[in-house]
Design a protein around this ligand. Sequence first.
Ligand code: ADP
Length: 379
Amino acid sequence: MKEENIHINNTVISFFLNPTNEYLRYKVAFEKKIQLYDKKLLEEKSKYSQLLNSIPLPLALINEQRFILFANNFAKDIFPSNFEGSYLHQYFRDPILKNTIEKVKNDLDDYSLNLQIDLNNKNVLFNVKIQPVISEEKEILYYLIIFIDQESISKSIQERNDFLANASHELKTPLTNIIGISEIISSDPKAIIENKNFSKNLLVNVKRMQNLIYSLLDLSKVEINKNIIQYKLLSLEKISNSTIDEFKNIQSKEQNIKIFNNLNNKSLKLKTDEKEFKLLFFNILDNAFKYSSSSVKIYLEETTKNIEIIFQDNGIGIPRNEINRVTERFYRVKGNEKIEGSGLGLSIVSEIMNNHEGEIKIESEEKIGTKVFLIFKRV
Ligand code: ADP
């Protein structure tokens, strides 16, 4: 038995020492290298996981042996908890996937395929892109697999189209007015002096456009922040006081605005971002005073799970059947058209609360007032 072992070992050694077995020696060396890379990759996981987690698509990195070395948070959210660290074909048995990976390996090029994936007993169609990660020696180290949910893509294309249609419609109205007045003035310069309404209308429409553009920019910034923003622990008392002071400073002097701020829990910290926090307060306070409130009470309610910041006004209120709709983009309550607004303020607030994994809740009664709750999870 012992002799046999020695014999085998010797055979194996001589086999590898034989220069004609170049290929096998190379293969062993290469596999060792791959293992080294895997080790290095796992060691450096924390560095690149942040980058891969910021890509808002489920993706996984597999090695030559088809083991899932890494799955980003989006992949972990939709696939079973032991997805990372498992064998890829244990989850996806489709032979086309195997063939496609072989094609990537042979051609050192990207390929994609459509896969029906069972997620919580629902078949979802994904477009799966496979990209080779290649070493300097032009050998495959890993495969990057990106899962693109076809349904959500067509939904988001639809949402984007609706958004563009609404935004351009909203911009067109003041723009048409500005062009109309400008045309009259250019053919008859005295018209602007004789008709005071012209200059007033011009200003109103330019301001309307400016507000809309600012709101669109805020919305896009907040959308970009999603998944990449790093919140810091900030003192709630400090940031709310400075935000309220800033809000008061930019209000016109004629408005007799009273803000009762009761957020004075000195030790309370909130995981947030100063700019986003400011946008929350500005949009809600602006609405409260715009919709004819003379004062706003801001106070805090704490539960074991949540920190709630509540804004209570005594303005015109929102009709019961429209409360659910006011956070939709461009939604404005019927009959309020004369009050300046873009219909984007509360959708920006809602987007920011999503970024915080929190929520916005609204309670309102017509002619009595409105309460807006910003509900943050306790850290
Ligand atoms: P807008 O720019 O029109 O104010 P928002 O998204 O901020 O857009 O609000 C959507 C709609 O909700 C407003 O048009 C308004 O009718 C209603 N609304 C929001 N906040 C209040 C409030 N505090 N009191 C009464 N109505 C409000």
